[in-house]
Ligand binder design. Structure first.
Ligand SMILES: Cc1cc2nc3c(=O)[nH]c(=O)nc-3n(C[C@H](O)[C@H](O)[C@H](O)COP(=O)(O)OP(=O)(O)OC[C@H]3O[C@@H](n4cnc5c(N)ncnc54)[C@H](O)[C@@H]3O)c2cc1C
Length: 552
C-alpha cells in the first residue's frame, strides 16, 4: 500500500479568523480525529492550493467547511471552485445568523450540503450529528466506487450497463473497468483467461468469476435478493419506491409483520433523482440514492423484510388471504396487500432508439454513466422536472448538454427553481419545439436526427442521450383482479366501489376494488406525482390497513 493510500481522508476547514478556525478544527478533531485528518487553512485561495496538492498526491477529501465572510474569496465562491477539484466532498458553509439569507442562496449555487450557524455550541448537539451524517453519506459513496465487486465490460454494451446500474442502485460496492480504456481490465482478463466474447464479467470478492451473468444471478450470488422468513405476513408491499418504503417504515414500526417486494432496487423513481429539492426537512436537498439508502436502512432497522429482484406477477384472493405470486415461482401469503408499484418511463418510438437502448441511449438519469460523459455531448429529451434535474447534473460532467423540449417553453412543465439553475449553466442549451426523430449508431449511439422548431431536421453528433418522456403504470399483473382506469392506474376509494364490491361499508380512501388490497403513490389513479405525497400515502395506507384488519 502506498503512503498516500494509508493516510486518512481529510476534512479541510477554511476561516480567516484564527480563533474561529482553531475552535472548529478543535471540535472536529475531538469528534472525528480518529478517522479523519483535520486540515486548517486561513484563506480560500490558499485552501484551493491545498486541495490541488491533496488530489495530486492521490489522497481523499471528505468534507469542506468554509466561513462565508472572508476577505478575498467568500466562502461561497471558494466552495464553487473547490467543487471542481473535489466534486464528491461534502460542503458546509459556516455562517453568522445575519448571513442566513446568503447561505440559503448559496444552496443552489454551490449545491451546499449544510449551513452551520455560529456558534455551534454544544458541538455534541449542533455539530457532531450533522457532520457524522454527512461523513456517513460520503463514506458509503467512496466505498461504492472503490469496493468489492469488479465488473469488466464494454461501455456501450447493454448487459454491462444493466449490471453496473443494478450494483449502483442496490448500493453494492463495485468498481467498473472499461475494457477499451483501462489497462487493468485487460490484465485481469488475461490472468483469468477470459475472451472478449464472454464479457461482461463480474469478479467477486471471494474470487468467483461470473461470465456474462444476468442481474438475477449476480444479485443471488451477492445475497442482495433476500428470502422470505415467514409463512404469512400481515402486510405485503409491492414496490420499493417512496410509497412502499414509507409503508414499510410505518407498518413495521407499528407492529405489522411486513415484507416489501421490489423488482429492481429500493428507491424507485426517486432513487434515480440527482437532487430532490422539495422534500420537507432537507433545505439543501438530497440525492435520490441518499433518500433510498436512509429509508431502506430505517425500514430494515424497524423490522421490515425486503425481497428484491422479484416481480409481483399475480394476485389471488383466497377467503381472507391475499396471495401475491412472484416471478421467481414462489408466492407470499398475507392478510393485506399494498400496491405501490409506481410508474416507469415510456419508451421513445423513433427509429434506432430500441436497438441503441443501453448503448448510449438510456431511460432515466442512469447516473452510472455520468463519469463516462466527461468531454462529451449529452442530449436530454423531455421538459419536466426529472429532465431538468438530469440536465443540471450532467452539465457538471459533459462539455455540452442539449435539452430537446417538445413544448414551447420550459415554464409549462418545470419548476421555477430548476429553470433558474439551467439558465445559469453556460454549457446547457435548451431547444424548445424540438424532438428526436431518429438515432444512428454502429453498436453504440453516434448521432441524433433532431427536428427543430422550424420543422427542419439536422443530424448531430451525440455521445449519450437520456430520455424522460412521461411514465406509465406497471399494473398488467393485476388485470381482471383489481379495477383500473383506461390507462392502467389503479382506482381507489369510492372510485373503486363498482359492481361486485362485497362489503356493506364503502372502500377506505386508498382501498382498491378488492377489500384489504390498498394502493399508494404514483400508481394510484389521480395521484399527485411527488415524493412527499407517495410517502404520505404509504403511511396513510398503514393506518387504513390497521382499520381493515381490526374489522376483518
Ligand atoms: C428523475 C426523477 C426525478 C424526480 N424528482 C422529484 C423531486 O425532486 N421531487 C418530487 O417530489 N418528486 C420527484 N420525482 C417524482 C417521484 O420520484 C415520484 O413521484 C415517486 O418516486 C413515486 O413513488 P412511488 O413509490 O409511488 O413509485 P416509484 O418511485 O415509481 O416506485 C415504484 C417501485 O415499484 C417497483 N415495481 C414496479 N412493479 C413491480 C412489481 N410488479 N413487483 C415488484 N416491484 C415492482 C419499481 O421497480 C419501483 O422501484 C422524480 C422522478 C424522477 C423519475
Amino acid at each position: 500500500m502506498s503512503e498516500s493510500a494509508a493516510r486518512p481522508p481529510a476534512l479541510v476547514v477554511v476561516d480567516d479568523e484564527p480563533a474561529v478556525l482553531a475552535a472548529i478544527a478543535r471540535d472536529l478533531r475531538r469528534g472525528f480525529g480518529e478517522r479523519y485528518r483535520i486540515v486548517r487553512v486561513g484563506s480560500g485561495e490558499e485552501a484551493l492550493d491545498v486541495l490541488r496538492e491533496v488530489v495530486r498526491r492521490g489522497e481523499q477529501v471528505a468534507l469542506l467547511v468554509a466561513d462565508q465572510r472572508m476577505p478575498g474569496l467568500s466562502g461561497t465562491d471558494y466552495l464553487v471552485r473547490a467543487r471542481e477539484i473535489v466534486p464528491s466532498a461534502k460542503r458546509v458553509l459556516l455562517t453568522a445568523y445575519a448571513d442566513t439569507e446568503a447561505a440559503i442562496q448559496a444552496i443552489n449555487q454551490v449545491a451546499l450540503d449544510y449551513y452551520l450557524l455560529k456558534p455551534w455550541d454544544p458541538p455534541e448537539e449542533q455539530l457532531f450529528p450533522v457532520v457524522e451524517d454527512l461523513l456517513t453519506g460520503w463514506e458509503s459513496g467512496a466505498a461504492l466506487e472503490s469496493g468489492g465487486v469488479r465488473v469488466i465490460g464494454h461501455r456501450f454494451s447493454r448487459a454491462s450497463h444493466d449490471l453496473r446500474d443494478f450494483l449502483a442502485r442496490n448500493r453494492v460496492p463495485a468498481r467498473w473497468l472499461d475494457v477499451e480504456r483501462d489497462a487493468e481490465a485487460r490484465q485481469l482478463l488475461a490472468v483469468a483467461g477470459i475472451e472478449d466474447d464472454r464479457l461482461p464479467v463480474a469478479l467477486l470478492e471471494d474470487g468467483a468469476v461470473l461470465e456474462r451473468p444476468t442481474v438475477l444471478e449476480l444479485g443471488e450470488r451477492l445475497g442482495v435478493a433476500g428470502q422470505p422468513a415467514a409463512e404469512h405476513y400481515d402486510l405485503v408491499i409491492v414496490g420499493g419506491g417512496p410509497a412502499g418504503l414509507g409503508a414499510a417504515v410505518y407498518g413495521a414500526s407499528e407492529g405489522l409483520k411486513t415484507i416489501m417486494v421490489e423488482s429492481e432496487a429500493p428507491g424507485g423513481q426517486a432513487g434515480q433523482s440527482t437532487r430532490i429539492e422539495n422534500y420537507l426537512g432537507f433545505p439543501a436537498g438530497l440525492s435520490g440514492s441518499d433518500l433510498a439508502r436512509r429509508a431502506t436502512d430505517q425500514a430494515r432497522r424497524l423490522g421490515a423484510e425486503l425481497l428484491t429482484l422479484q416481480d409481483a406477477t399475480g394476485l389471488r384472493v383466497e377467503g381472507a388471504g391475499r396471495i401475491v405470486e412472484l416471478s421467481g415461482g414462489g408466492s407470499l401469503s398475507a392478510s393485506s396487500v399494498l400496491v405501490a408499484s409506481g410508474v416507469s418511463y415510456r419508451q421513445l418510438e423513433a427509429p434506432g432508439f430500441a436497438e441503441l437502448t443501453g448503448k448510449g441511449i438510456y431511460y432515466g438519469a442512469a447516473l452510472t454513466e455520468a463519469r463516462s460523459c466527461a468531454d462529451q455531448h449529452v442530449v436530454i429529451i423531455g421538459g419536466a422536472n426529472s429532465a431538468g434535474q438530469a440536465a443540471v447534473y450532467f452539465a457538471g460532467y459533459a462539455t455540452k448538454v442539449t435539452m430537446l423540449v417538445r413544448g414551447d417553453s420550459l415554464a409549462r412543465s418545470m419548476s421555477h427553481y430548476l429553470i433558474e439553475q439551467i439558465e445559469a449553466l453556460p454549457n446547457v442549451e435548451v431547444r424548445i419545439r424540438s424532438e428526436a426523430a431518429a438515432a444512428d449508431g454502429d453498436g453504440r449511439l453516434r448521432a441524433l436526427h433532431i427536428r427543430g422548431a422550424d420543422g427542419g431536421e439536422t443530424v448531430e453528433k451525440v455521445d449519450a442521450c437520456f430520455v424522460f418522456i412521461g411514465a406509465a403504470p406497471r399494473t398488467e399483473w393485476l388485470a381482471g383482479v383489481v379495477a383500473r382506469d383506461e390507462r392502467g392506474f389503479i382506482l381507489a376509494g369510492l372510485d373503486a366501489k363498482q359492481d361486485g364490491w362485497p362489503l356493506a361499508r364503502d372502500p377506505f380512501p386508498l382501498e382498491t376494488s378488492v377489500p384489504g388490497v390498498l394502493v399508494a403513490g404514483d400508481v394510484r389513479a389521480r395521484s399527485i406525482k411527488r415524493v412527499a405525497s407517495a410517502v404520505g400515502e404509504g403511511s396513510m395506507a398503514v393506518s387504513l390497513i390497521h382499520q381493515y384488519l381490526a374489522e376483518a
